[in-house]
Each structure stands twice: as C-alpha cells, then as structure tokens.
Design a protein around this ligand. Structure first.
Ligand code: ADP
Ligand code: MG
Length: 207
C-alpha cells in the first residue's frame, strides 16, 4: 500500500512500508515539457546523485534517512521514514531558546556536510526535519561533491533567503552562521562569501 503524501515540482512522495518498516518512496515523475530521452536521463541522474549523497552524508555522521532501495529506471528511492517535524512547520512557534537550539543544529549539520565536501544544493526549511533530537537533512537531488568556498557560500546563502522569505525571527540565520563558524576552520571565509553573494543579488535586482 502506498499513500501519496506530497506532490512536489519534481517528485512524488509516498508513505509505505518496506519489510515491515515505515518508509518514504520518492519517485521523480515524468516531465512532459522535457524531451523524453533527456527527461529519463535527468530523472535517473538526480535519483542516483541523491542516493549517493544521502548515504555519503550518513556515513560521514550527518543524520539522513537510511536508504533501503534505489530503482534507477523508475527514478525511485525507498528510504527510512523520518518521524518528526519539518523546521518549516515548527520553528516560528517555538520560543527563542528553542529556535536558537534548532539553528545551532542546522549550522552544525551544514558544517558536517561541508567537512565531507558535500554541498546540499537546496537547504531550505522544508528539507530539514527534527527527529529524536537530531537534525535530519533530506532532498539531496541538487547536491554535489565540492569543497569550493563559493559553493559552500551559495549553500548557506540559500538558507538565508529561505529564512528571510518564510520566517519571522531576524536572528535565525545568524545563529546558523555562528554554529557553522564554530565548527569549521574556513567559517569566516564562507561568511564573507555569503555576504558577497547577497550583495551581488541586490546589485542584479537594482540593475
Ligand atoms: N525520509 C522522509 N521522511 C519523512 N518525510 C519525508 C522524507 N522524505 C521526504 N519527506 C517529506 O516530503 C517532502 C518532499 O520531499 P523532498 O525530498 O524534499 O522532495 P522535493 O524534491 O519534492 O522537495 C519533505 O518536505 C518532507 O515533508
Ligand atoms: Mg524538498
């Protein structure tokens, strides 16, 4: 039995069970606006990339769902269902010390990924789930292996924008950044990158 729980731009998310375990099946759906051959290659590639990065991140100590099965021709990943709350859905209602704690976990989590030369590519609050006191990272389909400071900056800048767009408290991102800086030796450099990228963004908008 599969139950559709979410239909995103790229994928459908189903809840199901696999050998008695609660799982999520993420299936990338066909896109009719792409040429069929290209569509198949793209879905296959992103599924593969996501599965590889999910497991690499997990091996490196980041909390990510366990992968049970990957079916490249169906562009589907069967993974552990992470029971918890998305940061998107809970952070605004928490009191400030709790928010701070959550942001610290996010910053440490991103640091953990970057230490393994993984950039997530889509760090938004809907791709972060708090579960059993750990911060889970999901949705690695746009991620890549990189140790470039620019890529690390882009990764964090996206989260900055996500916070600014969807959440009220103005300090959320600075708490993330503080925790990140405390956890990696290149923290100041990436902080500067984030500021540069934000500045470039403003410049483009003014033009
Ligand atoms: N392993 C999982 N455990 C629990 N919920 C999940 C899991 N994977 C995805 N979800 C839920 O489905 C949503 C969409 O999944 P995601 O991988 O982010 O796909 P998309 O690429 O469409 O954003 C997430 O925001 C989350 O609510
Ligand atoms: Mg997502």
């Amino acid at each position: 039995m599969e139950e559709l729980i979410q239909r995103g731009a790229e994928a459908e998310i189903y809840r199901s069970t696999w050998k008695g375990r609660p799982v999520v099946i993420k299936r990338r759906t066909e896109k009719s606006y792409r040429l069929p051959d290209i569509d198949r290659i793209l879905r296959r590639q992103r599924t593969r990339q996501e599965a590889l990065l999910l497991s690499a991140a997990r091996r490196g100590g980041t909390a990510t769902p366990i992968i049970y099965d990957v079916d490249l021709s169906a562009a589907a990943i069967t993974m552990e269902y992470v029971a918890g709350r998305r940061v998107k859905d809970c952070i605004d209602a928490l009191d400030e010390p709790e928010q701070q704690r959550i942001c610290q976990k996010i910053g440490e989590g991103v640091a953990g990924l970057h230490r393994q030369d993984i950039v997530h590519g889509d760090i938004t609050t809907s791709n972060l789930i708090m579960s059993r006191g750990r911060m889970y990272f999901i949705d690695f389909g746009l991620g890549e292996k990189s140790s470039a400071m620019e890529d690390r900056g882009v990764d964090l800048h996206l989260l900055m924008e996500a916070f600014a767009a969807a959440h009220r408290h103005p300090d959320l991102f600075s708490w993330v950044m503080e925790a990140y800086e405390a956890a990696v030796p290149w923290g100041r450099e990436v902080r500067r990158k984030v500021a540069d990228i934000a500045e470039r963004g403003r410049y483009v908008v003014r033009e």
